[in-house]
Design a protein around this ligand. Structure first.
Ligand code: SF4
Ligand code: SF4
Length: 342
């Protein structure tokens, strides 16, 4: 048996859904795809220019002779609706930096196996050694749909990781998935901010996932705030509406630690938490909002409460008038003005 096949068999025995191996050079055309994307959206160079470093893996890891790409399914965890409608699901069950998660354990065991084979590897949990979706696509592990997500037979609720390896190997799979129907534009129509403006064209700057995790000390205009609706951290809309994801999420397993922090995830709780508590309870899991920018949590919570206003939200919004950050106090003042006009 070829070493590539042995590695794949071990990966599948450990629970990895798909595994392929590409040459580092296979990623070079990612720069072209990025260029196309940059040309399609305003300010594209500024937004996506930094990603070009992912195309030339050998530039960053000169000894890399192959890239091993693994796809794992995370869409099997129990996520209560009240938090699944407010938080990006991938963040709720994020295995990166979570040593207790079964997916992290699985990937560590796989990496140990590679090392036992004498293969040197390089990887990192975030941001990764290359562009993960494109690497998985090039390895034939799935297809990229019009909402820009990589899909396998299990839908788009999947994580991708990759290792640079010092051994020359190649194993390309052949996905057996049908492309998006030319008549389908459900994801584009449903995108609340129109960030996904046409097939494969997404403006990262206006995506709710980005807006709700931004570390820039800015609050957004009224229209953007309204478009963000009830989202507090991330957004699932373009994946939820996709027919290719229909019935693909299996609510069956408990994600380690999720129940422990669930009590802190409501907008009222976020307002009531001190910044120290936010850092202790939320930052380890939701690390895109940095420690220096924890006020973003309060802005997002206030915004959600305005967009889905209920009587019980009045007290926490008033409480935010006393926040230590002016940007939060200002958001609370704007919120009370809007509520008074309801
Ligand atoms: S994650 Fe939400 S805001 Fe971002 S492109 Fe998808 S639907 Fe639009
Ligand atoms: S919603 Fe339709 S167009 Fe969008 S990714 Fe899914 S199948 Fe493709």
């Amino acid at each position: 048996m070829l070493i590539e096949e042995e590695i794949q068999q071990k990966a599948y025995a450990l629970g990895i859904e798909k595994l392929g191996i590409i040459k580092p050079e296979a990623m070079l055309d990612y720069a072209d795809r990025l260029q196309e994307r940059m040309e399609r959206i305003p300010n594209g160079e500024v937004i996506y220019g930094g990603f070009t470093r992912f195309a030339d893996v050998k530039k960053n890891i000169p000894w890399a002779k192959s890239i091993i790409v693994a796809v794992f399914h995370y869409g099997h965890y129990i996520i209560p609706k009240e938090i699944g409608d407010r938080y990006g699901k991938s963040y709720l069950v994020d295995s990166r930096f979570n040593q207790d998660s079964p997916e992290r354990q699985m990937l560590i065991a796989f990496e140990d196996y590679l090392h036992d084979l004498g293969i040197k590897t390089a990887s990192n949990e975030h941001p990764g050694i290359t562009a993960m979706r494109w690497a998985a696509y090039k390895a034939g592990l799935g297809i990229i749909r019009r909402n820009n997500f990589l899909y396998t037979e299990k839908g788009s609720w999947i994580g991708i990781t990759a290792w640079a390896a010092d051994k020359e190997m190649e194993l390309i799979e052949k996905p057996s998935l049908v492309e998006c129907s030319v008549n389908c534009n459900k994801c584009i129509k449903a995108c609340p901010t129109k960030s996904l403006s046409s097939p494969y064209t997404m403006n990262m700057v206006t995506c709710v996932s980005r807006l709700s995790t931004s570390n820039d000390m800015v609050s957004y205009d009224d229209e953007t705030n309204k478009q963000m609706g009830g989202w507090i951290y991330g957004c699932n809309v373009c994946q939820e509406v996709c027919p290719m994801n229909k019935n693909k999420w299996e609510h069956k397993d408990v994600f380690p630690g999720l129940a422990d922090i669930q009590q802190f995830l409501s907008p009222v709780q976020i307002i009531n938490l001190s910044y120290e508590e936010i850092e202790n309870y939320l930052t380890p899991k939701f690390f895109y909002i940095k420690k220096e920018s924890l006020w973003r949590w309060k802005l997002n919570a206030i915004n959600m409460m305005v967009n889905e206003y209920k009587e019980e939200y009045m007290a926490p919004i008033q409480h935010a008038l006393e926040d230590k950050y002016e940007i939060v106090r200002e958001m609370a003042r704007r919120a009370l003005e809007k509520i008074s006009m309801l």
